[in-house]
Design a protein around this ligand. Structure first.
Ligand code: SAM
Length: 304
């Protein structure tokens, strides 16, 4: 019998492996095997790596991830029907313990509970994260990755922090991630992404590669996560300042940051900035690089 999705290319060969897509869960299943292969290739899985996949759905990426030399693969899926499909599709890998399915909202997952630092065989295995994620929560998922990365690097569980993340998302979001200062796409997400990683837009993906086709073009982004604790601390402390600065994007920072600068100290701060040729307060948020924000934070801290 012909599959009801037969118009699109398929990596699975039976309708038992398929679920009716739910729009409210952002279900646009990847149907192009070449794109799936390119995503998994971009993750560059090495022997001994541990991999977490966000939103495996029917398993388009999962099947290929199981062909790599990853030591362990944990997939986090919210939809019960997809969990059932995956359970039927990969019985041997589940039985051996190499694959684990977590039936949950990914935003509720704590990486060190999934990959405990002390347990064998995952002790100190480099962790990589991958996903063709639900687009309705792209930004929540990205900040979940960043916050988990920072929390783990700062804790005594740094080995559980992700090393690399490869995510498919809307092209517009991908462009914001890689944007440079003084461009319309540059903002909170660009700065956060560039504080935690070296992000790179790898390639675009046409709507034709999915079932059902999304209304937007997609893109795959690689985040080479930084591995030093200082970077995690900088992200954690500077991020609230960046948010405040961009809340009033059109204003110069002496005005946009007035809520975080102590009013009675403001003349001293602006005077000291002038003396030390720190020009940030006369600029708008979109003119500062991520490193400028770190310097600005350190400067303001002197006056607390
Ligand atoms: N990775 C599969 C693929 O490429 O065909 C599915 C991609 S689909 C765009 C997104 C998947 O994320 C769906 O399977 C959906 O059920 C799942 N999902 C949606 N919200 C989720 C959440 N909060 N936590 C975990 N998975 C979620």
């Amino acid at each position: 019998m012909k599959s009801r999705f037969s118009a699109s290319s398929s990596q699975t060969d039976s309708t038992a492996d398929r679920i009716a897509p739910r729009k409210d869960l952002g279900q646009n299943f990847l149907r192009d095997p070449n794109i799936a292969r390119n995503i998994v290739r971009a993750l560059d899985v090495q022997t001994g790596d541990a991999v977490l996949e966000i939103g495996p759905g029917e398993g388009a990426l999962t099947a290929l991830l199981l062909e790599t030399s990853a030591r362990a693969l944990v997939v986090v899926e919210y939809d019960t029907r997809a969990v059932e499909v995956l359970t039927k599709r990969f019985p041997a890998e589940l039985a051996s313990g190499r694959l684990r399915i977590i039936h949950s909202d990914v935003l509720a997952v704590r990486l060190d509970e999934v990959f405990p630092h002390t347990s064998e065989p995952l002790d100190a295995a480099p962790l990589k994260i991958v996903g063709n994620i639900p687009y309705y929560i792209t930004s929540d998922i990205l900040f979940w990755v960043f916050d988990e990365w920072a929390r783990l690097l700062i804790s005594d569980n740094a080995a559980s922090a992700p090393h690399k993340t490869v995510i498919m998302m809307q092209k517009e979001v991908a462009q914001r991630i890689a944007a440079k200062p003084r461009t319309k796409d540059y903002g909170i997400l660009s700065i956060a992404s560039q504080l935690v990683s070296e992000p790179k837009l790898l390639f675009q993906v046409s709507p034709h590669c999915f079932f059902p086709q999304p209304n937007v073009t997609s893109a795959v982004v690689e985040f080479q996560m930084k591995s030093n604790r200082d970077a995690a601390e900088a992200y954690r402390t500077v991020h609230p300042l960046v948010r405040t600065a961009f809340n009033q994007r059109r204003k110069v920072l002496s005005n946009a940051l007035s809520s975080v600068l102590q009013k009675e100290r403001l003349p001293d701060i602006l005077h000291a900035a002038k003396e030390r040729k720190i020009l940030y307060f006369r600029q708008r948020a979109e003119e500062l690089t991520p490193q400028d924000f770190v310097r600005l934070y350190d400067f303001i801290r002197e006056f607390r």
